[in-house]
Structures are given as structure tokens and as C-alpha cells.
Design a protein around this ligand. Sequence first.
Ligand code: ZN
Length: 266
Amino acid sequence: MTTHPSLTQIDRYAAGDPGLDEPSVWAIEVHLEDCADCRARLAGSSPVESRAVLDQVAAVLDRQIAAAPPVGRSRPWSVLRHRWFVGTLFPWLAMTAMVLGCAAVLGALWVGVPSLVLLIAPLAPLPGVAVAWHRRADPAWELIATTPAAGLTTLLRRTAAVLAFVIPALALVGAGTGVSMALLLLPCLAFTAATLLLGTLVGVRRAAIGLVVVWTLAVVTPSLVAARLPVLLSAQSARSWALATVFLTLLAFLRVDGFRRLSHPE
Ligand SMILES: [Zn+2]
């Protein structure tokens, strides 16, 4: 605790003396937060008019609090909606579903090209994960950022909500095309873990955009040009994808400190 301000300083602070410079005002305020004795001295040195105003405000507040309707208890669905989901995810999930649907339709119509669903499956959760916990995507970001559940907890909950939507959507779309479920779902989980891991370094949004660009340029485009699936998405790669998923998830958890900072790089 800082040293107690003198009674003269407290009197000048209470009277709003313009001669008291800003550093002194800050020092007194910081000290007052911790020192009950000085708060009591401050209350004693407030001018009579100030105390009258404070009493008036207290009386009005008491009346308004007594007259206010009781605070409603939050319902389970609203907990689910606020902690696990955010409305701004809707358009991104709808877009993901539409892209997957289009890929399935194109795959069915366009014979001779590799399965588009399989090629874009790893990227399916990334748009949702990118906006799951982002200051510009969440109108309540500032409010949530001040709570203990901010950062990793919120990001993981919303990522789980995104996966809870994307995985059944992928399974549904994939079921019609006859592609391997393991190759459809494992890369999707591995890319989600990779986004979270990279997100601790460069921000989740940048990580998602980077992975989408790299995968599109390095895998999707060459596969479409060559009209065959890459080795990465062949049946014998499923085990590597499983290992990669476990490894990336473990690494992401080891890097959780990256999300503890209130404003990690975005
Ligand atoms: Zn003090």
C-alpha cells in the first residue's frame, strides 16, 4: 500500500481543488481503493453540500432498487446460447453447410473429378472457428472478455459448438458420396486443432485464413488439375491424420497460456 495522504491533501481532493496535480489525484485514488481509514477520512472531509447530494442520490437509488422488478433467473437454453454459441456464428455455419451441399452436388454431377467433399472437409470448421471468439464478430466481446471464462474457455466451447454442427453435416454429405468417414472427419479435427495451436501465436482468425489458403493452393487446386486425390487423402493416410489430430490437440493444450492474455494478437 502507498503512504497515507495527508489530511490537507484529502481535503483538497474532496473539494476538487484544481491546484492538485493529476499524479497526486491518481496516487490518492489508488490509495483510497485499498485504505478504509483514508476512505473514512475522505467521507469526513467532504463538504456539507456534497454529502447532501450523496444522501439524495442514495435515497433515490434505494427507492428505484426497491421498485425494480426482480431479476429473472437465466434459463438453461439461454446459458447454452450465450456460453456455447453466439448468433454471429449462424451465417458462417449456414455458408459452410451450403458449400458442403454444393460440393456434394457437383461431385455427383461431375464424374471423373476427385471427391470435392473430401477435399474441402478439412476446411469446413475453420470459418466458424475463426469467428467463434473474435472481437469484431461478437457484439458482447468486451463484456465476456472481462469474465473469468473469457479466452480459451469461450473459444473451446464455441469451437465445440461449431464441430457439433460441422461433423454431422460432413457425415450427412459424405454418406451420399461413399467416401471414407475417417478421411472425412479426422482431417477436419486435425485442422481445427492446428487452427487453435497456430491461433496462440498469430490469432485464431489469421491461423484459419492461413490454413485455408495453404490447403487450397497446395492440395485442392493440384488435385483438381490432376483429377485425382492426393496421397494425403488416400485410405492409408487415415492413421497419420489420427496421430496428427492427437498430437496437435496436445500441443494446443500445452500452449493454452497464449489465450490467457486478454487481447491476444488478432
Ligand atoms: Zn490511508
